[in-house]
Design a protein around this ligand. Structure first.
Ligand SMILES: [Zn+2]
Length: 190
């Protein structure tokens, strides 16, 4: 085999490797583009849904399920809609001591149970009436309690996804939001 033909074979080999490498890179880029466009589509769909849900919440509709959805797809832009949910679902305030006094008859006193009767006639020991150990009654907390419905809790869960914020009361969230908008100089969203 002449040197010339060896050179030709070598050139073909190089060309073949070059083409196969180019095809691999092309295939990988196509896959990457496909993945990126899939993610972009998903984000766009989420964005559309988020806006739909926020509009409903601001109208005072769909507040339970909508707050639940915003736990997953909510962003900082969802705050006004979530604040609306808190505003529309204030806690019930009750005094547990007043509530207890409404009940007319508390549970009937339980007689001290005796040990089970002996089966044979020669008791091993005389039955001693059982007296339960004395337990001090816990002091009742009569301070006013707040009771929230779960819609409120879902909205708070969605709001708590904002890093570093952990309030419960509507007024605390509202104050924080006003301060946040001033500090970040973002256009006020009400
Ligand atoms: Zn619920």
């Amino acid at each position: 085999m002449s040197i010339k033909s060896i050179k030709v074979i070598f050139c073909f080999l190089c060309l073949f490797l070059l083409i196969s490498e180019a095809l691999t890179i092309f295939g990988q880029s196509r896959n990457k583009i496909k993945t990126i466009s899939k993610i972009a589509k998903k984000l766009k769909a989420e964005d559309v849904r988020r806006k739909e849900v926020e509009t409903l919440l601001l109208r005072g509709e769909y507040q339970h399920d909508g707050s639940g959805e915003l736990i997953y797809i909510g962003t900082i832009l969802s705050v006004p809609a979530l604040l609306k949910v808190l505003e529309n679902n204030p806690p019930q305030i009750f005094n547990p001591c007043d509530w207890a006094s409404v009940i007319e008859s508390p549970l009937a006193p339980v007689n001290n149970p005796l040990p089970p009767p002996q089966l044979n006639n020669t008791p091993l020991s005389l039955p001693v009436p059982y007296s339960p150990p004395k337990v001090e009654e816990p002091k009742q907390d009569c301070s006013p309690h707040k009771s929230y419905i779960c819609t409120y809790a879902h909205a708070v869960t969605a709001l708590r996804k904002i890093p570093g914020q952990n309030f419960v009361d509507y007024q605390d969230w509202k104050n924080w939001w006003e301060k946040y908008q001033t500090e970040t100089k973002s256009p006020k969203i009400k």
